[in-house]
Structures are given as structure tokens and as C-alpha cells.
Design a protein around this ligand. Structure first.
Ligand code: ACO
Length: 432
């Protein structure tokens, strides 16, 4: 961004010195570096801004995803998530995120062809995965294996080459479902299933998960579409923890496989991609609709969290949760009723009427209902973050590409406020 202002400035008076500064305001932000000139005395380092967890820091300018957390808006490249979930496919949405525009028919055909072409993994990747323990967490396997891909595609280190970036993008989007499905089969002691490139992206994923002895796996259309919708909803969410990890690691010019492994590692945590697993555990622990009131009381006493509620950005209903709630009903029509859905709906009803949640603007987030769908489909909870990582890969890569192409971006390297001891001399062991 050039340092042009909107003609507005923030006047800052430093009470330590009485000096006044005009800090330009542009696009609703002030530049942190503009505060560095504010010094208490000659030789002072200058003012920094302190923002743990970055709730009020914009780390980049981005044209990919727009969220208005107050009014429940989520748009990819300007297109509302509701329209994409209803009318688009995951691969079309991935193209939109990565390339910036909806594809024409030939562009989409080429994109689908190229991604389908890359769905197989090197046989040594298969062998690599066979080395994991039978009960290895699938997310640990995914993180390790995605990182290992960088050793197979050494051309990926040419991050300044747009063609290389594009090939790695397609490889990663293509191979994530394959690796994810292998982690699932590994835990079950089942042979890995190779991709079926006649199927759609999601149909092939289902085939790699569930194909047994039949010559050709035929995915259930409702379930295939439900996974497609879930993938679209999870494809990007601007500068969240995992995307920030992708950008931070990518900012050192690390190859995109290593950066994606780091992003997936960030997604692993229960406060981010692991929350839907925590939701299921919570619903199972509640066990019955009649116990919902008691659980909500415990949450209000600070004894637990209402998992799947609250969001750093959404201070209203997460628009993805609305769509997922509908998808959950459709899936359960196919798979049979799930008592956890009833408990979840009761929990939502009670929480949305309760002052504790109203005052704190805590509403269901994307994870509140997604776990119920995954569970109804027969996925163990350990697989939930893996199912999130597959579609988020398109978002991570779109963000990584934008970061690489942004001349303003530099290696991510925050400052700190040092609060440790003043300088002191080393004490020999005998004198401690
Ligand atoms: N249950 C109960 N209380 C909550 C919850 C919750 N789920 N979430 C926030 N609060 C309370 C906090 O205790 C705090 O109360 P206080 O003001 O009395 O101290 C207040 O609401 C504000 O919460 P913060 O923690 O400051 O909000 P923050 O933006 O830092 O955290 C987060 C957001 C991490 C998502 C949080 O709401 C949470 O832990 N939710 C449960 C986990 C979850 O569902 N994560 C998935 C997020 S979506 C995703 O990653 C895809």
C-alpha cells in the first residue's frame, strides 16, 4: 500500500514529551510503523503496538475473503457463501479462491482435469505412511505426510516462479483427499484405495475412504453433495490461525508443502479445527436433552466451554453454521436419526435465550453442527480436523500466493515486550 491517506489522520499527543504527531489513516487502519517515530528521548527505540493474539492487527491487505462478523457476512472474492454453497462445486470454488474469478467452462474443465491428474501419490509416500503406528492420530499423519511431500517435489522451493507455484497448488489440492483417505484406512488396518479419476473430487474421496471389494464405488449423491457443501464452507476464512501460520512460514520462502504442513498443524488445535471433535465429546457427555440446562449452568460458572460457540470474528450467527444445520438434516435423513443432533438443537435454543451468551455475543460457529454430520457418516472424531484440512488447502494456497505476490510483504517477524531479568552475570554451578 502506498502511504496515501484518505485525507484523515490521527493526532497523537505524547504526554511524556508534549509532542504531537499526525498518524495517517488509510482504509480504516493506521500503520504500526508510523508509531516508531514517537520517542520519549533521543536513542529511545520508539513506540510499538502490543496486540497478543492479534485481535486488532491487520497483517496484510487481501482480496480473497470478506467477513463482516457483526452482520454474518462471508464472501469469497465477493460471492456470498450462501450462493456458492447452493450453486458451486468445491473445485470451482477452489479455482475462484486461487485465481480470483469464477472460471469459464473451458477453464473449469482444464482445472478439474489438471487436479484429477495429480490425485495419485508417489508409492514411497504410501510406504512412508505405512510406517505410522496403527493408532496414529490421522491429523498427525496428515501433517507429517504433507511435510514429506516437499522431499518428492524439490521444484517446489522455487517459490518465486509462478508456474512452479501453480503446479504445487494443483498437486496439493489434488493429493490432500488421497492422503486424508489413506490416514483413515491406515487406522482401520484396511488397504489403501487408489484414486478413481472417473469420479468427482468428493466422490473419489468417498471411494478412497469406503470402497471395499466392489469393482467400482458408487457414491451416494446426497452424501457426495453434503461433503461438497462442507468443503465449500471450509475453503477459506481469511486470516485465521492456520492461514496466518501458512503465511508466516511461507514468508520465509519455505516451499508450500512445508507451509501447508505448518498450517495443518495449527488447524490441529482444539480451539481451531479440533473444536468439532470437542463438540461431539461435549454432546456425548451431556448425553440427554434433559441435562442441557445443567450443562449450560456449568459453562456459565466457568467450569467448561460451550464448544462450537463463540468466534473471534463473528459476533452474530456464523453464516456457515446456518447452512450446515440444513445439511445435517439432509444427511441424517439418509443415515438415520442421531440423538446428538437433538441435544445440539436444544443446547442452541437454550444458549441463544440466555443472557450470558447474549451479552458476550456467543453464537454457534461452523463446528457446532459439522461434527454431527461427520459422525453420522461414520467418521471417528480424530478424522474431523482432517476433513477440515482438505478443503482449507485451497484457501491456504490462495493466501500463500497472494502473500508471495504482494510486494509489501516481508518475512513475518513480530516484536516483543521484554519482561525478563536485567543483565546479570553467569553464576558458576557451585555458587547457585
Ligand atoms: N463458551 C463459554 N464462554 C465462552 C465461549 C464458549 N464457547 N467462548 C467465549 N466465551 C466467553 C469467554 O470466557 C469470555 O468471557 P468473559 O468476558 O467473562 O471473560 C468471553 O466469552 C469472550 O471470549 P474470548 O475468549 O475473549 O473470545 P475470543 O475471541 O478470544 O475466542 C474462541 C474465540 C477461541 C473461538 C472462543 O469463543 C472459544 O474458545 N470457543 C469454543 C471453541 C470453538 O468452538 N472453536 C471453534 C472456532 S471456529 C473455527 O476455528 C473454525
Amino acid at each position: 500500500m502506498d502511504n496515501e491517506t484518505d485525507g484523515h489522520a490521527l493526532t497523537v499527543i505524547d504526554n511524556r514529551t508534549g509532542r504531537s504527531y499526525a498518524i495517517p489513516i488509510s482504509e480504516g487502519t493506521v500503520r504500526a510503523m508510523d508509531f516508531r517515530q514517537i520517542k520519549a528521548h533521543e536513542g529511545d527505540f520508539g513506540l510499538m503496538v502490543y496486540d497478543p493474539g492479534y485481535p486488532n492487527t491487520a497483517s496484510c491487505r487481501s482480496a480473497i475473503t470478506h467477513i463482516d462478523g457483526e452482520t454474518s457476512v462471508l464472501e469469497y472474492r465477493g460471492y456470498p457463501i450462501e450462493q456458492l454453497a447452493e450453486r458451486s462445486s468445491y473445485l470451482e470454488t477452489a479455482y475462484l479462491l486461487v485465481m480470483g474469478e469464477l472460471p469459464t467452462k473451458p477453464q473449469l474443465e482444464e482445472w478439474i482435469h489438471d487436479i484429477t491428474f495429480h490425485t495419485y501419490v508417489h508409492e514411497n509416500i504410501k510406504k512412508f505412511m505405512e510406517g505410522f503406528n496403527y493408532d496414529a492420530h490421522p491429523m498427525g499423519m496428515l501433517v507429517g505426510t504433507v511435510g514429506a511431500l516437499s522431499t518428492f517435489y524439490t521444484d517446489a522451493k522455487h517459490v518465486s516462479d509462478p508456474l512452479s507455484r501453480h503446479i504445487q497448488t494443483q498437486r496439493l489440492i489434488a493429493k490432500m483427499p488421497t492422503i486424508a483417505a489413506f490416514t483413515y484406512r491406515h487406522n482401520r488396518g484396511l488397504p489403501y484405495v487408489y484414486p478413481d479419476n472417473d469420479l468427482t473430487y468428493t466422490g473419489n474421496f468417498l471411494s478412497m475412504l469406503w470402497k471395499m471389494s466392489e469393482p467400482k464405488y458408487q457414491p451416494n449423491r446426497t452424501i457426495e453433495r453434503a461433503i461438497e457443501v462442507l468443503f465449500i464452507l471450509h475453503a477459506d476464512h481469511e486470516q485465521n490461525c492456520s492461514t496466518s501460520a501458512m503465511r508466516a512460514v511461507g514468508s520465509s520462502d519455505a516451499d508450500p508443502y512445508s507451509a501447508t504442513a505448518a498450517a495443518a498443524a495449527a488447524l490441529y488445535g482444539p480451539l481451531h479445527g479440533g473444536a468439532n471433535e470437542a463438540v461431539i465429546r461435549m454432546l456425548q457427555q451431556i448425553g440427554d436433552k434433559s441435562r442441557v440446562g445443567g450443562f449450560v449452568k456449568a459453562v456459565k460458572n466457568g467450569e467448561d466451554l460451550l464448544w462450537g460457540f463463540g468466534h473471534r470474528v463473528y459476533k452474530s450467527y456464523d453464516p456457515r453454521a446456518k447452512i450446515i444445520k440444513k445439511t445435517a438434516d439432509e444427511v441424517l435423513e439418509q443415515t438415520g436419526p442421531n440423538p446428538l443432533l437433538e441435544i445440539a438443537k436444544e443446547l442452541e435454543r437454550i444458549a441463544l435465550e440466555d443472557d450470558y451468551f447474549i451479552e458476550r455475543k456467543l453464537y454457534p460457529n461452523v463446528d457446532f453442527y459439522s461434527g454431527i454430520i461427520y459422525q453420522a457418516l461414520g467418521f471417528p472424531v480424530d478424522m474431523f480436523p482432517v476433513l477440515f484440512a482438505i478443503p482449507r488447502t485451497a484457501g491456504w494456497l490462495a493466501q500463500w500466493r497472494e502473500m508471495i505476490e504482494d510486494p509489501e510483504q516481508k518475512i513475518a517477524r513480530p516484536r516483543q515486550v521484554y519482561i525478563g531479568p536485567d543483565r546479570r552475570d553467569y553464576v558458576p554451578m557451585g555458587e547457585r
